[in-house]
Design a protein around this ligand. Sequence first.
Ligand code: ARG
Length: 466
Amino acid sequence: MKNNKKPWAGRFEKQTQPQVEKFTESVSFDWRLYRHDIQGSIAHSTMLAACGLISKKDGDSIVKALKEIQKEIESGRFKFSEKLEDVHMNVEAALIRKVGEAGKKLHTARSRNDQVAVDMRLWCRDEIRSIVGSTAALQHELVLKAGEYAGTIIPGFTHLQHAQPVLLSHYLLAYVEMLERDKSRLEDCSERLNESPLGSCALAGTTLPIDPSMTARLLGFKSVCANSVDAASDRDFCIEFAAALSILSMHMSRLAEEWILWSTEEFGFLELDESLCTGSSIMPQKKNPDVLELVRAKSARVYGGLVTLFTLMKALPLSYNRDMQEDKVAVFDMSSTVSASLEVLRLVVSNAGFNVDKIKSSCEKGHLDATALAEYLVQKGMPFRQAHEVVGKIVREAIRAGKALTAFSVDELKKFSRLIDDDVYGVLGVENCIKRYKGSGSTSPATVKKRLTFWKNRLKGRLKSS
Ligand code: ARG
């Protein structure tokens, strides 16, 4: 192809060096924007026709041809060319091939700068909807699992050491709460990015009589960006999306890490379904949690994308700079990585089985009821600091004797504090602890049950609409 065939070739005499074409092209990755690019172009040409900038006839033939191009791309018949740089110029060139002169009018009052900005906003908006849906699906599985093991008590951990007894359902619902905030961060981002940059053109707007509010309306944006320089040159919405994805990945990595530990021989709390595990090429007995390890690992890749975007945008002078073309590499990769992680994690959760006997015997270790005993003394009138000290001594003796707190006689306990009576046996032991927890947000059976019902109802509605 001669340079004079490139859409911007008017002021050029020389051919572009092939290395430059190779280096500057983005169609190898931004082809993924084709649907949104065409959606934006259809709205744009509809607006141009409505404003009398192109004829109704030209407008109609552009729209018809764009729809054909979309079908060709979707059926794999379309040939993207690196010489045409990016998805925008590939689609436009195909349009001109199809409808000739009319096709040359589509880029009236538009620049690739506002075009790519609109494509990315539309793409992120759709992607957020889909990721929010997948996150809700993962939450739903966690809620079902929590319901399945409603009565199971596990040792709660701090510092990965036995701390206090907790309902397993409460632990699982903790992730549901985290994921809810992740969804809400993504939705906030979608809400904020939902403004149309079309009409900003290269950076300044246009002298032509266009109607940006019409394209905004046609594309479902809530308004038009108020400043053309800002609209054409900021990618804060990509960074915000990336940040929300990073936090979501961080949450997934914690669940993955925890379940990797729980499925070890040492813990034995959890049995991962065989169909979701992998084996070893040398050790015949192995059943490895590779899926969870990769969910854990992929969070690193997602953070990498966030750092790429921050670094890419840092100190870029206004307005558009070609640097911004690279944003897509990170955004696309992060989004597909997170979607894939959500999907496999959902499968892992829905197929997981807890080993309640092993969990029960673990609950007998580590004096999980020590804090409850201290609180018992508080209720008998002892200041908490003193109660902490007294129970510390009892625990020390328990460790020395190798026994649980429930194994002490009242007389033995009385030696540590005369406030201890027979009623202490209504306090000691993990079942008693669980029964006695109070307050909203605690692991009390009533609170957890209420929250479980809340999530079941909420997600049922959400899953239907997504
Ligand atoms: N492929 C470009 C990008 O992703 C489109 C915008 C190009 N604009 C330009 N003035 N060269 O950023």
